[in-house]
Every structure is written in C-alpha cells, then in structure tokens.
Design a protein around this ligand. Structure first.
Ligand code: ADP
Length: 598
C-alpha cells in the first residue's frame, strides 16, 4: 500500500493534491478564468456596502439625491449574478473534466494489471476508488475551490475596505485572529484522522458488497444470508460510526466560529457606536464597515468544512496515485528482432515461477520443446501448475528473460498484442459478457463475417444450440439474458477462441462441463482444422488426450511423464492408472476422474 497521507500536516495535504496538477493542466484556462471571475464578482459585491454608505451618509446630511447610488447598487448586483454564474460554471466544468480524466486513467491502469495486482486489491476497493474517491476530488473543485476563492477574495477585498473606512475598528479584529488559527489547526487535526477512516471503511463496504453479490448463489445455497447480513451490518456500522464522529467534530467546530463572530460584532458595535456618536465616524461608513465584516467572517464559518474537504480529497488523491504509480504489471518492450508472424514452435528452458508474495516455485526448472503443428495434451493433479504454465505462454504471468522462446525468439521480444493475438488462450472459467452471443463470439474483432462465426460455432459444437434460440446469434446471454449451462458457456468461449484461427491455440481444461461424446466431436474437428497448427490442451479425460501427438503429465510444477498414449500406458505410472480408473468407471464417470486427479 502507498504511504497514507498524514492529513494533519498541511504540507502533506498540498503535496498530495499537487500531484493532481497534471490532470488540471488541460482545464487551466477554464479554472483560471473562473477564479478571476470570482474575484470580479467580489468587487461587484463590495459595491453594495460602498454605495450603501454613500446613500446613508448623504441622507444623514439631508441630501436625498440617491438615484445614482441606488442604480449603481442595482447594476452591481445584476453584474455579480452574471459573473458568478459564469465563474461557477467554469470551475465546475474543470472539476468535471479532471474527474473524467482520472476515471479514464484509472480504467486504463486497471486494464494493464495482472494476477499480482488482483491478488492484492479487491474489485470492491477499486469501485470505491473509481466512484467515491474521484467524486471527492470533483467536489473539491466544485465546492472547495469556490469556497477557497471566496475566502481569499472576501478577506482581501473586505479587509481593504474595512481599513479604508476605519483603521481603529479594523485593528480591533486582530486579537481574535489567533483564536481563528487555533480553531483551524485543531479542527484540521481531528477531522483529518477521522476522514481517512471514513474512506477506508467505505472501501471495506464496497469490497463486501461486491464479494457478496458475486457469491450470492453460494451464500443462498449454504443458507448463509443471515450471517452475511450480520457481517455487512458490522461493516456498515463501522462506516456509520466514523461518519458520525466526523459529523460530531464538524458540528462542534461549526458552533465555534459563529460565537467568535458574535463576540467580534459586539466589540465592533460598542466601539463603532461610540465613534459614530462622537461624530468621528459617519453612520454610513459604520454600516458599510459592518457589512464588510460579515463579508470577511462569513466564509470562515465554513472553514472547517473546507479544511475537511481538502483533507479528504488529499487522501483520495493518494489512493488514486497509489494505483497510477504501479504502471503496467507486464511490460511491453518489443524488439525489432521478433518475427511478424508466429509459426508455432515453443521452447521452454528451465522455466521456474513463483507467485508474488509466496516463496514456493509452482513451476520448477521445467524444460520442454513443442514443435510447430504438434497437439500436446497436458494432464496432472489440481494444483500441479498446468494453468500457471499456460499463462506464462501468453504472458499473463512473466517468466525470466529467454526462458520461453517462440520460433526461436524470447516471448518478451514480441509486442504483447501480437503475442496474445497469435497465441490464443481459452481460459478455464468460461466468462461471457452480458451481450448478445454474436458480440461475445466476435469480441476480438466485431467485423468478422457471419460465415466465420457459424463455422467456429459448428467446430465448437454450438451451432445447434444457437439455432434453437429464437433470437439465434442475437440472443442476449448473462445476468439479463439467457443463462447458458456450464457446457454451453464452455463451448461459446471455445468458439470465441477458435474463430481467431491463431497459429498457437491453448485450451485450458475447457471441456470439463462437456460430455465425452461432444468432446470427441469437438476434438476431431480441431484436429481437422488445426492440422499444421500448434495446439495445447489441458484435460483430465484419457478419451481426449489419447488423440494428442504427445501427452505430458505434470506434478509439483514439473513433468513426471511424457509420451504418446500407448507409450504412457506401458509406463504404468499416473497416466496408466488414470486410464484404468476411467475405463473401469465408465466413460462418463466424472467422479472417478475427479478422485484420480485431486
Ligand atoms: P493447475 O492448473 O494444475 O490446477 P495452477 O497452475 O492453477 O494449477 O496452480 C499451481 C499452484 O499455484 C497451486 O498451488 C495454486 O495454489 C498456486 N496459485 C495459482 N494461482 C495463484 C495466485 N494467483 N497466487 C498465488 N498462488 C497461486
């Protein structure tokens, strides 16, 4: 995790917010014009007390020529209205722009992350960062900037006029100033601590909601709803508690300022009244002074809120940059040496791999050569490293340089997009997007011809299934559409892989929910279509692997047996035992397969 910003230290807060500078640059003209307009609006606002003083002074002198000052006040108020609208619009728009770009940046960064990242961060946490943290930064622009500008202009313009009207009355305001600073310091410290907690607990809640909804079927099947509601109640309560604490401090702090203002007003009223009675200060000037006093102290009432907003936005900014700073997990640094077209010879030279945060090699010194056009079946117990090995081949995980070569070139020297388009992988868990089947099958290239789609569907034994749907290829799948069975999903993801006609095809145990007969049909199709292309497939069924050119059996991150179906049977090892169990248990005895592999 990135260092948490210490929101009790203003320097740290500004350092964290300063990092947002690059995101503000494209909107700087909007922001600056907004800020300047706010300044102008304050000047218009100052015209009101100023001409009010002129009017009152004239009246006290018996001069009732008030048309000029009243017209000016009217114009100033109208101008202020227009200018403030313009300023608010610009400042808010720049906030919206910054938030938009932050979301894009976060989304882009997430697309480049791999298993290390998703092992460390939860999806719920990412959702909170994408929504709540960015919303806070947007709010900083929409409200925080506006308030800070008001504070700045109100104090400078306000104090300027107060000094103009009465230096002694202005000096009277100096003694309470240390109290204002004490207040700001104290409130920022307390609020800073609580604000960090509020955001962390919001993240916890996001994580829990996401996990709960993803696993809702398991929760219901295991009758754990009550437990889950209770667990959520605890997280919700923790969030509410920190929020209440924040509100409590805010309210206590909020009550301080008006008391201070009342105290100042009473002092000014007493001494100012004395000056007016003694004719040392015209009545109009005294009234104007009072109005300017309000202009100055008004924004201070919300000082606590502003400080809090800045602190929370600083925490949010740090949480976002923690992700932005990561960069892509798999670096894409192609060399010009890599051939443009892969033919499909794969060489693994003493490949080892351990997942980040663990010190166990799940692939150990594995060496293997797969020839172009070969069909290689991979077998082995659950956890023996099959999926890890396949992920290394498409660089979803990274192995040591020069340990995996394709067509004689280190896989790191290929552009990632080329590698992944020419080495197509169909993963173990069949994931489909909540879109029509056609969009799912042509996910890599929406412009594929219908013929291609149907051919792939046919090879994956999915054609009849699609034809049985009233909407055919337009059938919406997923949460809001047709729920496909496990086998149908597997065949759809297989079709999505086959359609790419890649020189190397990797099938990671994607027949497990398909019956043996269908699997055999798919495999004979595969052999026909991919005669000269390399195919790697993980399977637990001997009926599948027997047709492969070569079979490897993995255990504990390495190869323990390899050869053809016949040669492995004579070895009388793991493969032969699996074959015996499956033969005796019947073709469809998945239970016996599972007991043998796990
Ligand atoms: P197989 O495909 O043969 O079932 P895997 O390659 O999925 O095996 O897993 C090999 C080993 O790596 C297992 O012990 C598994 O627990 C571990 N493993 C898999 N994925 C991760 C991960 N993301 N982080 C840490 N360990 C992992």
């Amino acid at each position: 995790m990135a260092d948490e910003v210490n929101t009790t230290k203003p320097l740290e807060v500004f350092k964290s917010l300063g990092r947002l500078g690059v995101f503000v640059t494209p909107y700087k003209f909007k922001l600056i014009s907004g800020i300047l307009a706010f300044g102008l609006a304050r000047v218009c606002e100052a015209m009101v007390p100023f001409f009010m003083a002129v009017s009152i002074n004239r009246m006290t002198e018996g001069n009732f020529d008030l048309a000029g000052p009243i017209a000016t006040i009217f114009l100033a108020v109208a101008a202020r209205y227009v200018i403030v609208s313009y300023a608010r619009y610009n400042v808010r728009q720049s906030g919206l722009g910054v938030a938009f770009d932050l979301r894009q940046k976060l989304y882009t960064t997430l697309q480049q992350q791999g298993s290390d990242f998703f092992n460390k961060y939860t999806i719920g946490d990412m959702m909170t960062r994408a929504i709540a943290d960015i919303a806070l930064i947007q709010r900083l622009f929409a409200m925080g900037t506006i308030l800070i500008i008001i504070l700045f202009f109100a104090t400078t313009v306000g104090f300027g006029f107060m000094l103009y009207y009465s230096v002694p009355l202005t000096l009277l305001l100096i003694p309470p100033l240390p109290l204002v600073f004490l207040y700001a310091k104290y409130s920022s410290k307390r609020l800073g601590i609580v604000s960090g907690q509020v955001q962390d607990r919001l993240s916890d809640m996001g994580t829990q909601v996401q996990e709960n909804l993803s696993g809702i079927r398991t929760i219901q099947a295991m009758i754990q709803e009550e437990n889950e509601i209770r667990r959520f109640g605890e997280t919700n309560q923790a969030y509410a508690d920190s929020f209440y604490e924040q509100a409590r401090i805010n309210s206590l702090m909020g009550a301080w300022m008006p008391s201070l203002v009342a105290l100042c007003s009473m002092t000014i009223l007493g001494y100012g009244g004395y000056l007016v009675i003694n004719k040392e200060l015209p009545l109009g000037d005294f009234v104007a002074f009072f109005m300017f006093l309000n202009m100055v102290v008004g924004p201070f009432r919300v000082a606590g809120f502003i400080i809090n907003l800045f602190q929370r936005a600083a925490v949010a900014s740090n949480r976002l940059f923690e992700i932005f700073d990561l960069g892509p997990e798999i670096s894409d640094k192609p060399s010009h040496l890599a051939p443009k077209q892969i033919t499909g010879k794969i060489e693994l030279d003493q490949v080892s791999y351990s997942y980040q945060g663990t010190n166990k090699n799940v692939i150990k010194d594995l060496s293997l050569i797969i020839e172009t056009g070969e069909t290689l079946a991979i077998m082995g117990r659950v956890g023996s490293g099959k999926t890890t090995l396949l992920k290394l081949l498409v660089r979803l995980l990274d192995s040591a340089p020069n340990s995996i070569m394709i067509d004689g070139c280190d896989i790191r020297s290929y552009p990632l997009s080329q590698l992944r388009s020419q080495v197509a992988m169909v993963p173990q868990d069949p994931f489909l997007f909540g879109e029509p089947l056609k969009e799912n099958l042509t996910y890599d290239d929406p412009n594929r011809a219908l013929d291609e789609i149907w051919a792939a569907a046919n090879s994956a034994d999915l054609k009849q299934t699609i034809e049985d749907f009233p909407e055919k290829l337009e059938t919406l799948v997923g949460e809001r559409g047709v729920t496909l069975s496990g086998g149908q999903k597997q065949r759809a993801t297989l079709a999505r892989g086959l359609i790419r006609n890649a020189p190397v095809l990797i099938l990671d145990d994607c027949f497990s929910a398909v019956d043996t007969e269908t699997e055999e049909h798919i495999l004979s199709e595969l052999k026909r279509l991919r005669k000269n292309q390399t195919t790697l497939l993980v399977s637990h069924r001997v009926s599948t692997t027997r047709h492969a050119d070569r079979i490897i059996v993995m255990d504990n991150g390495n190869i323990i047996e390899q050869g053809t179906h016949e040669s492995l049977l004579t070895m009388k090892g793991y493969y032969a035992e699996l074959e015996r169990i499956q033969r005796e248990g019947g073709e469809d005895e998945l239970g016996s397969i599972r007991s043998a592999i796990s």
